[in-house]
Design a protein around this ligand. Structure first.
Ligand code: C5P
Length: 244
């Protein structure tokens, strides 16, 4: 970052930060099977998306959230607030990145270019507020933003075409990207737009930022912040939430 930009950024940090959340929830959950999109599967009497939203909004610095929904979503309960904080909705897009981009455009004008946005999967119900707080602290102190992540613990095998092991990959320095991921509104919007214009498929926000030359921080998060993808994940998430 040029020196002037750094100075400007530090000066702006004296101003109270505005922080909003984005929850992309326009996926159809094809991998899960069944006809209920996974964000609407119930655990502990609430859909996954309610748990995800409540976890984000429990952080006192998060002021509100935008949810990106499929245009024909008939299950959305129509919430306009949760936990006393405003909730907006917008139509999502064909890919997760399109949904996030649509939500970035639907943020209130009070969220400036340099304000933080936390993007969190609707299908991650077991997020803890202390992880959100540590992520925000890291992202506020780092111009390129930050993501929750967990070090890879298993030995990694690369499969050959025949299904046999072709190689063992070194796992040192490898992390699994989790969510939320926290970036400044302007740079994230431009990075996602640039990826879309280039026809590049980005599977998380950090990947779009990396394409744009940014080096987001890794913040070690709890391993049990799992994304519900299979019926076994749903059972595990239910167990974890019941234990809290
Ligand atoms: O399918 P996957 O588990 O990667 O989805 C992650 C999150 O992105 C989910 O919350 C899903 O609803 C959302 N998504 C979206 N728009 C899409 C595809 C996925 O908002 N087109």
């Amino acid at each position: 970052m040029p020196r002037n930009a750094t100075n400007e950024w530090h000066r702006r940090r004296d101003v109270r930060a505005v922080i909003w959340a984005i929850v992309p929830a326009a996926g159809r959950g094809a991998r899960f099977g069944g006809d209920v999109p996974k964000q609407y599967l119930q655990i502990a009497g609430e859909p996954l998306i309610a748990h995800a939203l409540d976890a984000l909004l429990a952080e006192p610095r998060v002021e509100g959230a935008v949810v990106a929904l499929a245009a024909d979503d008939a299950r959305w309960p129509g919430w306009t607030s949760r936990a006393g904080k405003p909730l907006r909705r917008c139509d999502g897009g064909g890919e997760r990145a399109d949904s996030v981009l649509a939500a970035l455009h639907a943020l209130p004008a009070a969220v400036g270019d340099d304000d933080l946005v936390l993007v969190h999967d609707a299908a991650r119900p077991n997020l803890r507020v202390d992880d959100v707080s540590r992520l925000i602290d890291a992202a506020l102190g780092h111009a390129d933003g930050a993501i929750l992540a967990a070090p890879v613990r298993d030995t990694l095998k690369r499969a050959g075409r025949d299904g046999a092991i072709a190689a063992t990959e070194p796992r040192e320095a490898l992390w699994r990207a989790l969510t939320p991921q926290a970036f400044r509104r302007g740079p994230l919007t431009r990075a996602l737009q640039a990826a879309r214009d280039a026809g590049a498929v980005v599977t998380d926000e950090a990947m779009a930022m990396e394409r744009a030359g940014a080096r987001p921080r890794l913040v070690e998060g709890r391993e049990d912040n799992l994304k519900v993808t299979t019926p076994a994940d749903l059972a595990l998430a239910e167990y974890l939430l019941a234990r809290r």
